[in-house]
Design a protein around this ligand. Structure first.
Ligand code: HEM
Length: 226
């Protein structure tokens, strides 16, 4: 709960609801922008406009990682400079909504896109990357499960923060490898041909993920970690 001024508090009757709605709104915008990006990219590739669950799943996966990464970046930036409490509090809501999108991506991949990623054959064939995805998903699920006051009190503030930090950054690293493993051939092809001129969104997203990890490392090296 943010510690805003008196007038701020009276202006917002249900600040928690406001944070949830703000994060869900941001997530919906991110999915929409990514979806349109993939539709345009696909059109540039083969000249056909296609609106498919396959492209939507890519958009959801990238938006999930964007929200989780932003949540972690807020936590790191908060150590270096003062961020208004009502902005910093978004790190929890962005993280949990990002996890919801990650769950949707995992379920869609296997339930709605059986033709592309048949279960369990796809998992058997791509067991390394599937395992990385599952492990990241399990870590994010554990983080979402302890993102409440009862868990903080039960674990103790310091242990709770250490757990969230370690699980979050390990999860982000696993997603980076998960996406890179799957998309490497597509990235290589893009670097060689620039066809289409828009890269797969997974490429800038993985670079963003690396920046999130670098910010975390900077916090560690600067000794500002609590
Ligand atoms: C049970 C867990 C998971 C499964 C089964 C899974 C499955 C997949 C599959 C099948 C793809 C290939 C999609 C394609 O080429 O169109 C993919 C790509 C991807 N996944 Fe996952 N995934 C899981 C977890 C996660 C998590 C937790 C995240 C991040 C929060 C994530 C982020 C991504 C990203 C960014 C891509 C690249 C999408 C693109 O632009 O093509 N995945 N995943």
């Amino acid at each position: 709960m943010p510690s805003g001024s008196g007038s701020e508090r009276t202006n917002t009757k249900h600040p928690t609801l406001r944070f949830w709605l703000g994060s869900i709104h941001f997530a919906a915008d991110a999915v929409l922008v990514a979806f349109v990006y993939y539709i345009v990219r696909d059109f540039l590739k083969d000249g056909n406009w296609k609106i498919t669950p396959y492209l939507l799943n890519k958009a959801v996966a990238n938006a999930a990682f964007l929200l989780i990464g932003l949540s972690m970046l807020l936590a790191s930036l908060g150590r270096f400079r003062r961020i208004a409490p009502n902005r910093l509090v978004f790190k929890k809501y962005l993280g949990v909504v990002g996890f919801g999108l990650a769950a949707l991506h995992a379920l869609t991949s296997h339930l709605a896109l059986r033709a592309k990623f048949p279960w369990p054959a796809w998992t058997r064939q791509n067991w390394e990357t599937a395992l990385l995805g599952f492990a990241a998903f399990a870590l994010f699920a554990a983080m979402a499960a302890v993102s409440n006051r009862q868990a903080t009190e039960l674990m103790g503030g310091a242990a709770w923060r250490r757990f969230l930090s370690a699980a979050g950054y390990l999860g982000a690293l696993l997603v980076i490898v998960h996406a890179s493993w799957l998309k490497w051939p597509s990235w290589l092809n893009w670097v060689k041909t620039f066809d289409p001129w828009l890269p797969s969104l997974s490429l800038p997203m993985v670079l963003f993920g690396l920046a999130v990890l670098a910010a975390r490392l900077a916090v560690r090296l600067s000794g500002t970690e609590k």
